[in-house]
Design a protein around this ligand. Structure first.
Ligand code: UDX
Length: 437
């Protein structure tokens, strides 16, 4: 099938490359000329494990191309995937202006039947607005198109795997033609396909992400009680997770959730519920618990160091989670801001996200970027673990302890074991793990 993917961000790119790999002819479209230029030259603007090899192979097979001309892409395609951003407005509602702009452009280029597919996370009933916009800009002239919802469930850092091995594919349609086209498109993917009406599919996405965010805030709430009582939140999570109705995944206490999805999706869903005068306060509490993680984390550092002014603080992990270079809503951003307010000296290390972070916090006399995790701790008064990259878990702790000026580790992602740290004389604070001596 001929497919246009509008928006070449983390979701759009994986979707475009994945659909090309499934044998479709795909055109990736974006307004950002620099990004399209880079992609046209075979260079990825993002880091996503496994994407580069796949990207180069489908480019070579001539299955994937890129353009800034969305009109031509629409005219030359049977299916148009909307993968543009739907960021939060100040009050938490989703900003749908990019979606609306795509709908307008599609309406001006409908030269035959087209299937327009919402891949971006959108509030329930957005498809109705897309449909209405296309009809409105065609001034009521009869035009042949369908709108469908096909939400993405890609986890950054595992997005390529998730594209080809999804737990489920959700297809929200209101015509047999749209249903058949999407079933054909995903036929090569061996996964459970759930066909629903469109609003249901749109809501499955928001509900899933908000539920996962709630699970994380729940275990973080429990981890605060563990800090007070000496219980071990990891073991509590293990005990809870053995109940098949709960499941262990997404019960890792720590600095909470960041990224471009959970924070905005929980706020957007709260606003949607509020818009219907429903009591969605639960989601507000989920967000509030999450925002408090940073303050609790900094308090642990202050407990250990007393005064932060002029202290050298190493930070391991700047991305919002491991295996990505994405720093959107990353806990590291608030942590860096807080530490700079305290006049600490920061030594930052991340395997992939440093270039992105330098755009927010350029190197200066208080902000230093280093090339490896050991340089970060050399002479440091404290080490903060903020994103749990694999290499940090394998760190040589005796080397870390000997390099540090004062061996203090505040572990925001509970990657170390308290008992293990005591062996190296490290003053260790986890999140809900109690304190080592
Ligand atoms: C999420 C959803 O998992 C995915 O299905 C959806 O399509 C997009 O949003 P992503 O945001 O990429 O994916 O990452 P995810 O692995 O879900 O983690 C989200 C955040 O929660 C990260 O900041 C992570 O550090 C945090 N997290 C995750 C926890 O704090 N504890 C956990 O147990 C799991």
């Amino acid at each position: 099938m001929k497919v246009a993917v509008v928006g070449t961000g983390y979701v759009g790119l994986v979707t475009a490359v994945g659909l090309a790999k499934l044998g479709n002819e795909v055109i990736g479209v974006d307004k950002d000329i620099n990004k399209i230029d880079m992609l046209g030259k075979g260079k990825l603007p993002i880091y996503e494990p496994g994407l580069n090899e796949l990207f180069l192979s489908v480019l070579e097979e001539g299955k994937l191309d890129f353009s800034t001309d969305i009109g031509a892409a629409v005219r030359n395609s049977d299916v148009i995937f909307i993968c543009v951003g739907t960021p939060s407005l100040d009050d938490g509602t989703a900003d749908l202006s990019q979606v609306e702009e795509v709908a307008r452009t599609v309406s001006e280029n409908l030269d035959g039947y087209k299937l327009i597919v919402e891949k971006s996370t959108v509030p329930v009933n957005t498809a109705r607005w897309i449909k209405r916009t296309i009809e409105l800009y065609n001034k009521g002239k009869r035009v042949d198109f369908d709108v469908a919802s096909n939400p993405e469930f890609l986890r950054e850092g595992k997005a390529v795997y998730d594209f080809f091995h999804p737990d489920r594919i959700v297809i929200g349609v209101d015509s047999k033609r749209a249903e058949n086209m999407l079933l054909e498109l995903y036929a090569p993917v061996n996964a459970k396909i759930l066909v629903t009406d469109i609003p249901t599919a749109e809501l499955i996405k928001h509900a899933s992400n908000s539920f996962l965010a709630m699970k994380i805030s729940f275990i973080n709430m429990i981890s605060d009680l563990c800090d007070k009582t000496g219980a071990d939140v990891k073991m509590v999570a293990d005990g809870m997770g053995l109940d098949s109705r709960i499941g262990r995944a997404f019960l890792d206490a720590g600095l909470g959730y960041g990224g471009s999805c959970f924070p905005k999706d929980t706020r957007a869903l709260f606003r949607i519920g509020e818009g219907y005068h429903l009591d969605f306060e639960l989601l507000k509490v989920v967000d509030r618990i999450n925002l408090k993680r940073i303050e609790k984390f900094i308090d642990k550092l202050k407990d250990a160091l007393w005064v932060l002014k002029d202290k050298v603080v190493a930070v391991w992990g700047l991305s919002f989670k491991p295996d990505t270079d994405d720093i959107r809503e990353a806990p590291s951003i608030k942590i860096i801001k807080e530490l700079l307010k305290e006049d600490a000296h920061l030594r930052l290390y991340d395997p992939k996200a440093m270039e992105n972070m330098k755009r927010l916090f350029p190197p200066d006399e208080r902000v230093e970027y280093v090339d490896d995790m050991y340089s970060a701790v050399d002479g440091a008064h404290a080490l903060l673990v903020v994103a749990e990259w694999g290499e940090f878990k394998d760190a040589d702790l005796s080397r870390v302890a000997s390099l540090m000026k004062t061996p203090v580790v505040v572990d925001g992602r509970n990657i170390f074991e308290p008992g293990e740290m005591a062996k190296y004389g490290i003053f260790y604070c986890g999140m809900g793990r109690g304190k080592s001596v």
